[in-house]
Design a protein around this ligand. Structure first.
Ligand code: PRE
Length: 102
């Protein structure tokens, strides 16, 4: 093994390179989430001003179906995509409910 003529790859360098990509992806996700919450904050104000309920189960159902389809196409576990969406939406509804109560 150690006598191989092919230069050995240092696994620590490979790990560092992969972590560089993970760092960039995590940063992008934070920025994307921040943008999403900026938009949903405005939705919350609009709903509160017009007496609309914080949650819209029909919209959620449609979005879950769409995201699960996209996840499958992207080779991401559709169940994970659904869990992620439900996790985020629960927080959005919490914000909408707070906005509605002043
Ligand atoms: O689209 C809306 O009506 C929203 O309030 C946004 C949103 C979402 O975050 O995607 C959140 C709550 C609703 O139940 C549905 C969708």
């Amino acid at each position: 093994m150690t006598d191989s003529p092919v230069a050995a790859v240092d696994p620590r360098e490979v790990l560092a390179g992969l972590r560089g990509s993970i760092d960039n992806i995590d940063a992008a996700l934070i920025f994307l989430l921040a943008e999403r919450f900026k938009a949903t904050k405005q939705v919350g104000v609009l709903k509160a001003q017009h007496g609309m309920p914080p949650s819209d189960p029909t919209r959620e159902e449609q979005q879950i179906a769409r995201l699960k389809r996209l996840a499958a196409e992207a080779d991401l576990d559709p169940e994970f995509a659904e869990k992620w969406f439900n996790f985020v939406v629960a927080e959005v509804i919490r914000h909408h409910t707070a906005a509605a109560s002043g």
